[in-house]
Design a protein around this ligand. Sequence first.
Ligand code: HEC
Length: 389
Amino acid sequence: MQGCTGVCPAIGPRALPFGSPVMDAYMTESSSLSRRFLVAIFTEEEDILSATRAATDANHPVYDAFTPYAVHGLDTAQKLPRSRITWIAFFGGVCGFLTATFLQVYTQGVTTSALSGWPLIIGGKPFLPFPAFVPVWFELTVLFAGLSAALGMFAVNGLYPGKKARLLIDGVTNDRFALAFDPQGRGFDEPTIRALMAQHHVAEIAWVDEAPASTGGARKLLTRAGLTLAVLLVVIAGAWVALNAPHHEAEVAAPAPAAKPIVLLTEAELAGVNTDAALVVAGEAKFRANCVVCHGEKAEGKVGPNLTDKFWLHGNGSLADIYATIAKGVLEKGMPSWALTLQAADLKALTAYVGSLRGRNVPGKEPQGNPVELPAAASPAAAATPAAP
Ligand code: HEC
């Protein structure tokens, strides 16, 4: 590209947008030559359209068109290639969709050693309620597509804040329409173009000098500001990651429940917990904090079953079975696995509390599961005896 003067084959008319590196190199090269453009001014929209069509058809391509508002059909009249913005917006939309999917699946459904989401079941919803994802999918797809279309437009145009107009033509932001022809462009022939424009009611046709390339300083300044900002952002992001990484690792490692096998206790190991008053009180507090949403204030049952009746879905109501259900959960039915979030001591206390409820028969949810007669040792009467003074 260096030393390319006169008609430059690689840079045809409109081949490069303003602000592209090649064009800039070309401009700085030739700015000393002070480029001029033949500019035809029109007062009517129809005239600029027909003039553009005629010029393009007669193989005198227009270098650029300037209008105060978007003129429908001007791009096709110039035979401009289809805009890339559609693809940019499409790509942005796909990114938005994937972001929404990742966010929702990660937060609601995934617990691996690498990723720890928050797979909670509330009100019996499944882990991955896809219909509920739809609004978020929609919103993020539209947001990303819209933003990338807007930002992509500026990037493709080569527009940036402080960009100076290259051609100063009076009235084109107001009530004039202008066509610029590049004398170094393909098929340029002044008399023919003048005649052609005259046929389309040109109001004025004249040579216009390119605005002095005084934008260099401003541009350098902007580039520098942009670079500084980018470096600053990288530093902030790096610091954030550095500060958060160990903390996050600890968070993942500490409960690291999925990796650890769930240790269950035998009936013998649990014997008597339901009559240990201190343990039962501790268990009740844990129950209030974690279980009442599903099992009710008095364990009378809500989404989860009544824990005070003699009907059991899992096992036969023995302390070991209660411990196992609390620890492992019944994920497909919405009972969380509490070994993931609570300590073994808490599970034991909860077992003590739930064990102490057996036989209370608080009226509540209808019976679920199989009726089991309480073992004598676990009956409330037997439980009350040692505790009585
Ligand atoms: C998100 C709702 C929810 C929460 C919170 C919850 N459970 Fe459950 N629980 C259930 C459901 C639903 C079942 C029934 C599972 C089935 O249908 O197999 C259940 C079953 C049980 C069972 C077995 C009952 C039986 O009949 O076999 C026990 C014991 C139990 N839960 C204890 C607890 C304890 C203790 C807590 C608090 C640490 C707790 N649950 C918190 C929903 C919940």
